[in-house]
Design a protein around this ligand. Structure first.
Ligand code: ZN
Ligand code: ZN
Length: 168
């Protein structure tokens, strides 16, 4: 995924960067990712005032393991992307300095930046649905399939006194 800075500088308009990236080398072997499709790029690159700006979004469909019930949790990620590159160190200052990368060659490989942006957007606590009831802590039953009948001991401490009252 090489971006040629010289070629880009010669263009008057932003250049689209689209296509698919195979993330196998990044995601294979990760315990929290079950399956994944190709990463769909929807980026554009422009060269203004000695700075290359690449921005847009990336889409990724993947299946993770639900952190509550361990079932499949489908995710459709819409990942923002914005990175700045320059060959002139003196343009790096101010607010943009964190996003600005100094490149020494006429080509910059976008892949490491793409991968980094994907990894920070992977859900840390994936859920199959936002209100997944998870597994019963007592018997391990998947409560998505209905109640198991186990008694829950987690009575609100403020109500514990009331529970004692009714036992008498
Ligand atoms: Zn779940
Ligand atoms: Zn149970």
């Amino acid at each position: 995924m090489l971006l040629n800075i010289k070629e880009l500088a010669a263009k008057e308009h932003a250049v689209p960067i689209t296509g698919q990236v195979d993330l196998s080398s990044t995601l294979n072997g990760r315990k929290d990712v079950l399956t994944f499709g190709p990463l769909q790029l929807n980026l554009r690159a422009s060269h203004v005032g000695g700075v290359v700006e690449v921005d847009g979004t990336m889409d990724l469909e993947l299946e993770q393991s639900c952190s509550r019930c361990l079932g499949p949790a489908k995710q459709s990620l819409h990942i923002p992307f914005r990175e700045l590159f320059t060959q002139q160190p003196d343009t790096i200052d101010g607010d943009e300095s964190e996003d600005m990368h100094l490149v020494t060659e006429d080509k910059v490989d976008l892949l490491p930046y793409v991968v980094e942006n994907v990894l920070v957007e992977l859900p840390y606590v994936p859920l199959c649905k936002s209100d997944c009831p998870g597994l019963c802590p007592t018997c391990g039953h998947d409560r998505n399939e209905g109640e198991c009948g186990c008694k829950e001991d987690n009575i609100d401490p403020r109500l514990a006194g009331l529970a004692d009252f009714f036992k008498q």
